[in-house]
Design a protein around this ligand. Structure first.
Ligand SMILES: [Zn+2]
Length: 70
């Protein structure tokens, strides 16, 4: 729900002008583009580690299966 600082109130989305301005005072209500939160490096590391672990486990599983069959 957009907040108009000029009118000091919230506006229902349908009441906002199509160009994103307040119908009462004409102030632009479009929120400044927020930068997308960057994925922290340790999260990427965790994903990579989890992927490597799962791949290793999968290989171990295959090796176990081969041994059972052989
Ligand atoms: Zn306004």
């Amino acid at each position: 729900m957009p907040w108009c600082e000029g009118c000091d109130r919230y506006l229902a989305t349908p009441t906002v002008n199509r160009d994103g301005t307040c119908p009462s005072c004409g102030r632009s209500l479009l929120a400044p583009t927020v930068e997308e939160p960057r994925v922290p490096w340790h999260f990427k590391l965790l994903v990579i580690a989890a992927g490597a672990y799962l791949a290793m486990r999968a290989l171990q599983g295959v090796a176990w299966l081969v041994r059972q069959l052989g």
